[in-house]
Design a protein around this ligand. Structure first.
Ligand code: G6P
Length: 611
């Protein structure tokens, strides 16, 4: 939530900041701003997208080789020019950009008001800027000390970058909870919420850890703890390439990411499956494998789309490994009184690795003594650092806010995990294990086949783009796919959509069905096929419109449904990976036809670092 960038070096900062903000816009896009120092510091901020900021700045003075920029997802105060970042302190000594939430800002604000401070915005960030300035002036200390002292009084999460007006040749950055990466150039440093704004300039990066403070000059970086202990920076090499974060000719990132799935799924299993298919190996789990194999219970924690992948994981692990699995929303888990045993295995699934509710749930599980495993996409993000072991999904950067390739990568990892556990626990035969792996590695080819039908999906989208509601139905493994299909439609087209277990339709949603209700039924062939055929008949009997995802060659449903979207035949668990693809494309086309901003849907953000 919120993207931040910073630059200090010999080049003009403004173009680097604007480009960086555009790359980070997926993190928030209700307002943006920059501050650029050149002897004097100019601050520009504007409600709306980064392009609105650019238009607003026009030919304004943006000269300077030190600068910071921010794109916002509002938490404290509505999206307007005043609440946009950067925020200057009252006497203009400090200029701050911030991602995160200062939980005790109200108390600090009251104290500062009694000491004569006034506030222009409703943000917690302006409070932080003024607190730093107050300590700086009152304590007659350096900017760095003022920042460290102020941060030690703050409760909450932050990734911040600060310009200190009296010390213009440096930037001060600090992290607690919200991510920050520093790119190391030649006589220059780049700072950002993730590596995407940095990758085109340098591959050498330092990921800040919690409570780290970096004092960054053109030729020198000093890393410390909040308590002033010096740290040796851990320089890492980025493996991502620039093509991965560009649209490469696609109209939207979401479309590119949907079409990338054959590749991203291959990347997820590449190097993890032996050439003769005899073994699947998840290197990051080897240390905890004995615990996993002997687990009495697994709890999967996630939010949004990742939670849907978690549900598929539940079905997979229970069926193949016969270990009881519970799937929890991070937000529910953290605020109820969950029972966690020391021998529980908790699997946290997250594309971004930064979701605040999932992170909080992880901490609760760790405190209770459970072993926590992360399944994340963003390398170096917070969840992989907080967990005992983990698996990266390797789907590559996902920029579209609505998750697509991350979901299929997560399900791929969970399929491999279920196969490993099943084999180790001898709850599946070698033949079943081999078949599963064989099917998994064939998924990319099968998805290629599905993607070739995109014109058909677009035509169907055109017929139903103006409908107000959609119902999605699935059974077994395909119920989470129904949830995911409905979520995709809601997120990007703003059409109300509900996912339901098909058998539950008769307990409520059936009352909604009439000639205006498209019902998307995921009905590929498995043991509940006959049941779902009955559900389709029930919908048709009430004049509902049926769009069915079916196994290629299915003639029974073809005769009943208004439209069929065919996917190749597969094992029922693998059908999740296949059947979700037409649903992603259906939502995509509907949203485009409705004129919606597909990559940046209103009110959403890709990485939700607030509770
Ligand atoms: C946000 C995103 C969703 C995502 C969810 C969980 O709501 O818009 O696409 O599924 O967060 O994110 P995570 O990064 O933890 O998977």
């Amino acid at each position: 939530m919120c993207g931040i960038v910073g630059y200090i070096g010999t080049k003009q900062a403004y173009p680097i900041l604007i480009k960086g903000l555009k790359r980070l816009e997926y993190r928030g896009y209700d307002s943006s701003g920059v501050a650029i120092s050149n002897g004097k510091t100019n601050i520009y901020k504007q409600k709306g997208k980064v392009s609105d900021l650019e238009a607003f700045i026009g030919d304004g003075n943006t000269s300077g080789t030190v600068g910071i920029g921010h794109t916002r997802w509002a938490t404290h105060g509505e999206p307007n020019n005043e609440n946009a970042h950067p925020h200057a302190s009252e006497n203009g000594k400090f200029i701050v950009i911030h991602n995160g939430i200062i939980e005790n800002y109200s108390r600090i604000k009251q104290r500062l008001i009694t000491r004569g401070y006034t506030f222009k915005s409703e943000t917690d960030t302006e409070v932080l800027a003024n607190l730093i300035e107050y300590i700086y002036i009152k304590g007659k200390v350096s900017a760095e000390i003022a920042v460290r002292l102020a941060l030690s009084k703050v409760i909450g999460a932050y990734g911040i970058v600060i310009i200190a007006i009296d010390e213009p040749d440096k930037l001060i950055a600090a992290r607690k909870g919200s991510p920050l990466v520093i790119g190391i150039g030649d006589g220059e440093y780049f700072i950002a919420s993730d590596a995407t704004p940095i990758i085109e300039y340098t591959k050498s990066v330092i990921y800040l850890n919690n409570d780290n403070v970096a004092i960054i000059k053109r030729n020198e970086l000093t890393l410390k703890t909040l308590q002033n202990d010096k740290l040796e920076p851990n320089i890492q090499k980025l493996t991502m390439n620039i093509g991965a974060i560009e649209k490469n000719g696609y109209e939207h990132f979401m479309l590119k990411e949907i079409f990338e799935q054959p590749r991203s799924i291959s990347d997820t299993f590449r190097g993890r499956i032996a050439a003769d298919l005899s073994e699947v190996r998840l290197g990051g789990l080897l240390d905890v494998l004995p615990k996993l194999v002997n687990a009495k219970r697994i709890i999967i924690i996630a939010c949004g789309t990742s939670w849907h992948a978690g549900l598929v994981g539940e079905y997979l692990i229970e069926e193949f490994a016969r270990i009881p699995v519970e799937v929890e929303y991070g937000s529910e888990f953290r605020y109820r009184k969950p029972i966690i045993y020391k021998d529980d295995i908790v699997i946290a699934i997250s594309q971004s690795g930064e979701t605040a509710d999932t992170l909080a749930a992880i901490n609760i599980a760790k405190e209770a003594g459970a072993t926590v495993i992360g399944v994340c996409n963003v390398v170096g993000s917070s969840i992989p650092r907080e967990t005992h072991a983990g698996v990266y999904t390797h789907a590559g950067p996902e920029i579209g806010v609505a998750s697509t390739k991350a979901f299929t990568a997560q399900v791929t990892v969970l399929t491999m995990l279920a196969a490993i556990l099943g084999k180790e626990r001898k709850t599946i035969t070698d033949a079943q294990y081999g078949k599963m792996i064989e099917e998994l590695i064939d998924v990319p080819n099968k998805i290629e086949e599905i993607l070739k039908q995109d014109d058909l999906f677009e035509k169907i989208a055109a017929l139903y783009k103006d409908k107000a509601n959609f119902l999605y139905l699935g059974r077994g493994y395909l119920f989470p796919v129904a949830l995911e299909g409905a979520l995709k439609l809601k997120e990007i087209s703003y059409i109300h959509a509900e996912g339901y277990p098909a058998a539950e339709m008769k307990h409520g949603p059936i009352a909604l069905i009439d000639e205006n209700m498209p019902v998307v039924v995921i009905a590929t062939k498995d043991e509940s096929y006959d049941k779902i055929v009955t559900n389709i008949q029930e919908v048709k009997a009430r004049n509902g419109i049926v769009i069915a995802v079916v196994t290629k060659g299915d003639t029974v449903i073809k005769d009943m449904a208004d439209h069929v979207l065919e996917v190749p035949e597969s094992h029922k668990a693998i059908a999740t990976l296949l059947s979700v693809v037409p649903l992603q494309l259906l939502s995509y086309h509907i949203a485009v036809m409705r004129g919606c901003n597909v990559d940046q849907p209103r009110n959403l953000a890709k990485s939700v670092t607030v509770e």
